[in-house]
Design a protein around this ligand. Structure first.
Ligand SMILES: [Fe+2]
Length: 185
C-alpha cells in the first residue's frame, strides 16, 4: 500500500537536496501511477475538501478533493507546485499579467486538462483557475514548495479579472458550499 509517511520523508529529502520541483514530480508521478493503491491510503474522494497531509515552512502536501463542477477563481501560489490527479478530471486555465497593465489585470494564456494518473508541475509565478468538469468528485495530490496557508498571495475577481489578496478562509468555505450540492443531489 502507498506509504504516506515514506512519501512525506521522500518529499522532505527532495526539498532539502534542491529547491527544484523535478524530484517532487517524480515522487508524485509514482504515487498517482497506482491510484487504487493511493486511495487505499487516502480514502475515496466523495466529498470536497482540503486535507492537510504535511505542512511546514518549506513544504506543504495536501489531498485536495474538488466537489462536482466546482471552480476555484484565478489565483497564484508564489511557490512551485506539483499536482497529481488520482481520480476524476481537473481543467486548468492559465493566466498571465496583461501587458503594460498596472492594476493587476490578467488575461488568459493557455489551458491544460489533467486526467487520472497525470501530473502537472507549476512554476513559482503561475496563475491558474481550476474547474472540476465532472458530476463526481475529483481527487488530487498537491505538493507545494512552501507554506501554502501562510504565504501572502493573490486571487483575481472573475468579473473584472483584477487582483486582490487571496482569502484563504473564503476559499475554504467554497468547498463547504459545493458539498451542499452533493448532499442535495
Ligand atoms: Fe492552485
Amino acid at each position: 500500500m502507498f506509504d504516506l509517511e515514506k512519501f512525506i520523508i521522500d518529499c522532505r529529502n527532495a526539498v532539502l537536496a534542491s529547491d527544484s520541483h523535478l524530484a517532487i514530480k517524480e515522487l508524485v508521478s509514482e504515487a498517482v501511477s497506482d491510484r487504487s493503491d493511493l486511495m487505499l491510503a487516502l480514502g475515496n474522494p466523495n466529498e470536497g475538501g482540503v486535507h492537510k497531509l504535511y505542512v511546514s515552512d518549506d513544504l506543504t502536501i495536501l489531498n485536495i478533493v474538488w466537489a462536482p463542477r466546482m471552480t476555484l477563481h484565478p489565483h497564484n501560489h508564489n511557490m512551485w507546485a506539483v499536482i497529481g490527479l488520482y481520480s476524476g478530471r481537473e481543467d486548468n486555465i492559465f493566466w498571465k499579467r496583461a501587458k503594460g497593465d498596472t492594476l493587476g489585470l490578467i488575461e488568459a494564456a493557455g489551458a491544460k486538462t489533467l486526467g487520472e494518473g497525470e501530473v502537472a508541475p507549476l512554476g513559482k509565478d503561475v496563475v491558474h483557475s481550476v474547474t472540476n468538469p465532472l458530476s463526481r468528485c475529483t481527487g488530487a495530490l498537491h505538493v507545494y514548495g512552501g507554506n501554502f496557508f501562510e504565504e501572502p498571495r493573490s486571487e483575481w475577481n472573475p468579473e473584472d479579472l483584477l487582483e486582490q489578496p487571496y482569502d484563504v478562509e473564503r476559499n475554504m468555505e467554497l468547498f463547504a458550499e459545493a458539498n451542499q450540492f452533493i448532499s442535495a443531489a
